[in-house]
Design a protein around this ligand. Sequence first.
Ligand code: CIR
Length: 255
Amino acid sequence: MAPIKTAVMRKPANKAGSGLTTANLGKPDLGVLAEQHMRYCQTLKSLGINVVMLDEQPAYPDSYFVEDTAVVLPKIAVLTRPGAWQRRGEVALIEPVLAEYRTLERIVEPGTLDGGDVLLTNHRCIVGVSSRTNREGACQLAEIVSGEGFHVDLVNLDEGLHLKSSLNALDDESVLVAQRLSSLECLSDFRKLCVPRQEEYAANALAIGRQILVSEEFAGTKRLLIEHNYDVIALPTSEIRKMDGGLTCLSLRID
Ligand code: CIR
């Protein structure tokens, strides 16, 4: 994975508590949510990443989960068509920002695709067909990214919000994965670090080089990463989790 130079983020609006969620963990404390978001931003900056912080968008309470609006590849970016109709307007807001960095392609109707369902490593792309990403959207993306030299695998998901809720790359050879996905054929070439069963949420970790940003509550996952010689940066995510979000969703990374 090429080093990340820029991360696009968006401030959570004071309407963030009315976003979509299935978590059943109660309403987020908006003050704490803002602190957790800021802590993530400061962490990226401390790792030498240029953070572009976009204005809050009260009309779109989930719009700080910017990852779902686009898939950024080395030469192009693909604007998504989010599976939740309530989030579709977020794409037009991100378009001019990404146009500064990449030539843009897009997923079109009847395709739906959330960026959270797309895992990219060096020349591999795994796309989750989920409750948000339909087969048509996944196939549209597959055609675009194949043209960019990526090998694509589609995976049917019947649990979890997005593919990256349960599977993320640690480097080009290794993934952090929930046990229920660890036997996927498309992962056979990867070294697999399985999070403990009760820590599935911790699989939504973000690798910045050897530094792995991981949710602070999950001791077993932190230990596993340290045992495999990764540097762990533990971050608070309690309020983000209440809205079904995790560490990857909060930024769009550009190398
Ligand atoms: C949603 O349901 O769309 C948001 N509340 C959470 C999106 C999380 N995004 C992600 O995991 N990539």
